[in-house]
Design a protein around this ligand. Structure first.
Ligand SMILES: [Zn+2]
Length: 297
């Protein structure tokens, strides 16, 4: 009896697995093929997601909704429906201070350029957001921490001037550690230059919207990132001037976890709204459409 039961349970499987000459075998991918597809680990929940699934979800973890970083170029290509042209590529950084830390500045620049495929830390494009003609720029945090040197300043000011001349709204995706120390005072000067360019936009009634992504700090927070008509932040983005550790050492107090998170800053009125990446295009378009209409009236 036990023998018969064994035959009944094992025989069909053996028969099905047997390859039959002339009959095509199933091509369902095996588990090992799926496992070898390049994947990324979510830094929040540690779930592994295939890179394809992550790209399709705009770099948002499908398990916990954590917003992973996006490169400047990918960001703009995703945000804009069509790109007219890229701006500001004629600007190149010099090395006026002959700055050397553990490496000479030009060597660091070359390294960053090789790593990111970008010539500098800010990418600017003109194009369409749905039916609106806009100028959009994005910081690339991989490029020396998205630091603002003279070329980033040049590109931003040029973008703002073009926005002013053509009366197109300006959108900036900020992600930066602050000023670029290798350019010393020239880097700090960009805070004043970019602020002055934004003031000209404000006087002319041309909308400027900032989208704060994780993280935004230092001189960028202290200038162009906090001077928008509207400040949108991505969920849980860290936004501040000095870092948590520096402030804790200064005030000699331990600061709570939500400190400098987008949601906390929304509560305190520093940012106007926290918007999920999946809703960013619609929300920004709605705001700009209202602002341009209001300004045109
Ligand atoms: Zn996750």
């Amino acid at each position: 009896m036990s023998n018969q039961a064994d035959i009944a349970s094992t025989e069909p499987t053996i028969w099905l697995n047997r390859s039959v000459p002339g009959i095509k075998q199933s091509t369902v991918p095996t588990l090992s093929a799926v496992a070898t597809e390049p994947s990324t680990e979510c830094p929040e929940c540690h779930a592994m997601t295939t890179n394809t699934a992550l790209i399709l979800n705009q770099n948002v973890c499908p398990e916990c909704d954590h917003h992973l970083p996006m490169t400047a170029r990918k960001r703009l290509e995703w945000f804009l429906d069509s790109v007219d042209k890229e701006l500001g590529q004629e600007f190149n950084a010099g090395n006026p201070l002959q700055f050397v830390d553990s490496k000479p500045y030009p060597e660091r620049m070359l390294e960053a350029q090789r790593k990111t495929g970008e010539s500098e830390g800010l990418v600017v494009m003109s194009g369409k957001l749905k039916n609106l003609d806009i100028i959009a720029c994005a910081f690339d945090f991989r490029f020396m921490g998205g630091s603002m040197g003279s070329v980033v300043g040049d590109r931003f000011v040029q973008a703002a001037e073009k926005a002013l001349a053509e009366r197109k709204p300006l959108v900036c995706f900020a992600a930066s550690g602050g000023a670029r120390m290798q350019e010393g005072l020239l880097s700090l000067m960009q805070m004043a230059r970019t602020s002055a360019a934004i003031e000209r936009l404000r006087l002319a009634g041309v909308p400027y919207v900032v989208i704060l992504t994780n993280p935004v700090y230092g001189g960028v927070t202290a200038s162009l990132a906090m001077l928008g008509d509207v400040h949108i932040a991505e969920p849980r983005a860290m936004i501040g001037f000095a870092g948590k550790r520096v402030i804790e050492q200064t005030v000699r107090e331990v600061l709570d976890e939500p400190f400098q998170r987008a949601e906390f800053l929304l509560e305190k009125g520093t940012v106007d709204m926290v918007v999920h990446r999946h809703q960013l295009i619609d929300t920004t378009h709605r705001i700009l459409a209202k602002l341009t209409k209001a300004n045109a009236a």
